[in-house]
Structures are given as structure tokens and as C-alpha cells.
Design a protein around this ligand. Structure first.
Ligand code: COA
Length: 449
């Protein structure tokens, strides 16, 4: 499914704006290198590609078929896919279990099983896989490549988040829309991504799982080497009812889900921003080697807020030994503080920040750093971003460093620069602390710290 030699798009439409047309266009334009076979009985050529009347007419190998025709015709083309020797099918079409047509859903699973094919969906927006440059979705074209595999049960939310990750400069290794999960479920994908070199962290938007015991068994194994973040929706009674009519999922008791996540070391995020904040930090940073954390700041207020957040997210601030405190004193005026938060004060320039950061990175007694900046006229955010990037270039990314820059549009631009260099930066300190807290929690679960 992720490394196909050839892809067929059954229902590739001639008309721009129709789903079957846009998926074909994305596959071509994102640069997939394998063979592309549009299938449509009414067309000869679409987007410069030769069109086949049926998949059975395709001369080459088809490992993956994307099916984009009305639900009532899907069973018939699945039989043809089976005969062609297709390995995996992604059924975009809606109109199955989610509208009560469980019989139709069972039928397509049976046909797939008969031919040894795996089925993704139905009721999905497709899949994206960075290593093979395969964007078989009708979402945005310019997905940023990175190390986060994103599995989503919600289609529209998934597509929206694709656009959002581009805006937020978050890189993805894969996106898989699982929809009704008639065959391929989260646990199958967890197994795949746990071995996928490009993927460092797996993020799941989930409304329900089909096979609880199998999910727990696999998740327990996977979290030992890769963190999993789950955004589980349908927590409330009405939310669970909404999930049932959305993807036909049984949202189940939230207490049971919470317990299962806890036992398996899954990090549960409560909203989209939190989920991606954590994923960004974990994807980009090395895991912590210990609990000792310091805050470096030029603002007392943000330092205090971050200290409170450390308590909330179980991030442990260390007391600095005297020799280390002396080192940090070099980068602050006499009225600065080395009590952790290390307050360089409002007059700190990028040079003081760089000096303090270098000290923190070099000393093995410090395991993680939170760097906070309040925009002042003394230090321009862009120069600070450059200084941080240089320090990391010289010293390496040896320990987790989360950054928060509070201020105006110059801060937003500086944070974009940092994020694009793989240095997680957030507009408020709490988001930086919460991301580090999530990483610490996972490291504790696997016994690393
Ligand atoms: N084999 C190949 N092509 C076929 C075909 C077949 N058996 N039957 C029809 N086609 C062609 C059609 O001729 C059409 O091409 P054209 O536009 O060039 O004429 C194309 O396939 C699409 O068929 P059409 O009947 O026009 O369907 P549609 O585009 O209106 O709708 C779906 C198809 C799958 C998009 C629609 O049924 C659906 O399920 N929409 C919801 C999808 C969705 O939201 N999924 C979840 C996202 S989160």
C-alpha cells in the first residue's frame, strides 16, 4: 500500500473539482515515481495519462487501487482488482457502515479477503506516504515531509489538518485516512509505522477501535521504541453518539480507553493543538536522558508561568549547584537570577541567550532546556533565532530544547525559522512545557529516565 509499483485510480474523473480527478492530480503533481493508471470507461486521456476502461486492461503491475466510484459499484470493481492481483485497495467512497449499510461493508471485506487484498476504508480521503512521494488524497498538494505518521478516522478533519500542518510547518512521514476501518485498523498501521524508518512518532485521531485486545497488545510493543499520541474523540455521552453516526464507531466508555492508554504508555492529547505540539517536539528532539530541566528566560513573568506549567505537566526543575550557577552568572547583570528560572533579565541580548544555552547544552547534569523569550527592543527575535540555530549547529542537538517566543509578528517569523530547522518553538510557554512534559512522560514509561 505504501510502496506500490503501480497505482490505479478507479473512477479518475475528467472533471476538475471531482474527487476522482483531484486524487489523480495530486498523485501526479506530488511526484510519485511508480506507474499511474487512471481507470474510467468514458475517457481516453486525463491529465496527460492514458486511461483504461477497466483495471483488467492495465498492462503493468498494480499494487494499489484507489476506488472513487459510487458505493453500489464498488463490489464489482473489487472483484476485478482481485483478479488483477492488486495487493491493497483504498475505498474513498462513502455509503457503507456509516449509513447503516453494514451488509455492503461486509461484502467488500469478504471480496478483499477472498483475493488476499487488504482494504483501507471505506469512507476515506486517501493516503500519503513521504518516502515514495505518494499523495493519493484529495487534500492539499504541498504536504511538508517530516517524521510524524498521522492516522485519522475523521476525513474532513484530517484534510483540514493537512492544510494546518503546512501552515504550522509540521512535517509528516505519512497520513492515513482509516474511515470505517472495515479491514485495516489502527493496530495494523501501528505495526507498519513502528518499523518505518522515516517515522519517529505516530499520532492517531480515533473515535473507536474495532479490536481492543489486539490494539492494546500491539500498542504496548510499539510504545517501547516509538511514542504514540492519541486524540480520542467521543468522550462525552453526546460525543459518543456523534461518533456512532460519523464513522459507525462504538466510542465506548472513556474510562476504559483512558485505562488502556495508561497501561500501554500512549500519550493522550485533549485537542488538536496539543497533539501536534507534542508530536513536533518528539519528532524533532532526542529523548531526555534524565529529569533535570532548566528554564532560561529574559522575562520574569513568562518564567513564573512556565514554572507553574512544569508543575502541571510533571517537568522537574533542578536546583543549580553553585559551580553551575556561577557559569550562568556570566550571562546576566548582577540583578539577574540563577534560581531556575535562570532570568537573564530584559536587557539580555542574543549573545547572553547563546552563552547561557551553550552552558546548558555542555553540562551533563542538565537534561532538558526550556528557552523563553519576551519580545523587547533590545533583542530582535530573528537575531535570537539565528543565535539559537548557531549554538545548535556548533554543539549538536544533544538534549531536548523547547522554545517559546512571546510577542508580535517578528516572533512568529522567528519561530517559523526555528521550526523549519527542527527546533520546536511555541507562541506561549505552557505549550512548550507541555510538549516537553509529554516526552518526559513517555521516557518515564519506557524506563529511560
Ligand atoms: N470504473 C471506472 N470509472 C467509473 C466507473 C467504473 N466502474 N463507474 C463510473 N466511473 C467514472 C465516472 O464516469 C466518473 O468519471 P467522469 O466524471 O469523467 O464521468 C467517475 O468515475 C466518478 O463517478 P461518478 O458516478 O461521477 O461519481 P462521483 O464522482 O459523483 O462520486 C464518489 C463518486 C466516490 C466521490 C462518491 O460516491 C462518494 O462516495 N463521495 C463521498 C466521498 C467521501 O467524502 N469520502 C470520505 C472522505 S472523508
Amino acid at each position: 500500500m505504501f510502496n506500490p509499483r503501480g497505482v490505479a485510480i478507479i473512477g479518475a474523473s475528467r472533471k476538475p473539482g471531482k474527487i476522482g480527478h483531484e486524487i489523480l492530480k495530486n498523485i501526479i503533481e506530488y511526484g510519485y515515481k511508480g506507474e499511474i493508471y487512471p481507470i474510467n470507461p468514458k475517457a481516453d486521456e486525463i491529465l496527460g495519462k492514458k486511461v483504461y476502461k477497466s483495471i483488467l486492461e492495465v498492462p503493468g503491475t498494480v499494487d494499489l487501487a484507489i476506488i472513487v466510484i459510487p458505493a453500489k459499484f464498488v463490489a464489482e470493481v473489487l472483484e476485478e482488482c482481485g483478479k488483477k492481483g492488486v495487493k491493497a485497495v483504498a475505498v474513498i467512497s462513502s455509503g457503507f457502515g456509516e449509513v447503516g449499510r453494514h451488509d455492503m461493508e461486509e461484502e467488500i471485506v469478504e471480496i478483499s479477503k477472498k483475493y488476499g487484498m487488504r482494504l483501507l476504508g471505506p469512507n476515506i480521503f486517501g493516503l500519503f506516504y513521504a518516502p515514495t512521494q505518494l499523495n493519493a488524497t484529495f487534500g492539499p498538494k504541498d504536504i511538508l515531509q517530516g517524521n510524524i505518521a498521522f492516522i485519522t478516522q475523521s476525513g474532513a478533519l484530517g484534510i483540514a489538518l493537512m492544510g494546518w500542518t503546512i501552515l504550522e510547518n509540521i512535517g509528516l512521514s505519512a497520513i492515513v485516512s482509516v474511515g470505517n476501518k472495515a479491514d485495516i485498523d489502527d493496530d495494523d498501521l501501528l505495526e507498519y509505522f513502528s518499523k518505518d524508518e522515516k517515522t519517529k512518532i505516530i499520532l492517531i485521531y480515533m473515535e473507536g477501535v474495532k479490536n481492543g485486545p489486539r490494539f492494546i497488545k500491539i500498542a504496548k510493543e510499539v510504545t517501547k521504541n516509538k511514542p504514540i499520541i492519541v486524540l480520542k474523540a467521543g468522550r462525552s455521552k453526546r460525543g459518543a453518539m456523534a461518533a456512532a453516526s460519523h464513522t459507525g464507531s462504538l466510542a465506548g466508555s472513556d474510562t476504559i480507553y483512558s485505562a488502556a492508554f495508561k497501561q500501554t504508555g500512549i500519550l493522550r492529547a485533549m485537542n488538536v493543538a496539543e497533539a501536534f505540539d507534542w508530536a513536533r517536539a518528539i519528532a524533532e528532539l532526542p529523548p531526555p536522558e534524565g529529569e533535570n530541566t532548566i528554564i532560561i528566560t529574559n522575562g520574569g513573568g513568562v518564567g513564573v508561568m512556565a514554572t507553574d506549567a512544569c508543575e502541571d505537566y510533571n517537568v522537574k526543575l533542578m536546583n543549580l549547584p553553585e559551580d553551575l550557577a556561577q557559569e550562568f552568572r556570566k550571562y546576566m547583570p548582577p540583578f539577574g537570577s540563577v534560581k531556575n528560572p535562570i532570568d537573564l533579565t530584559g536587557q539580555a541580548s542574543e549573545k547572553e541567550f547563546a552563552g547561557a544555552l551553550k552552558t546548558a547544552l555542555k553540562d551533563d547534569r542538565i537534561h532538558a532546556v526550556i528557552l523563553l523569550y519576551c519580545q523587547t527592543a533590545i533583542t530582535d527575535p530573528n537575531s535570537l533565532a539565528d543565535a539559537i540555530i548557531n549554538v545548535i549547529k556548533e554543539n549538536g542537538k544533544t538534549k531536548p530544547l523547547v522554545i517559546s517566543m512571546v510577542g508580535g509578528k517578528e516572533c512568529a517569523e522567528a519561530m517559523k525559522k526555528l521550526n523549519l530547522k527542527g527546533l520546536p518553538a511555541y507562541p506561549i510557554p505552557e505549550r512548550a512545557v507541555s510538549s516537553l512534559g509529554a516526552y518526559m512522560k513517555w521516557a518515564r514509561y519506557i524506563g529511560k529516565i
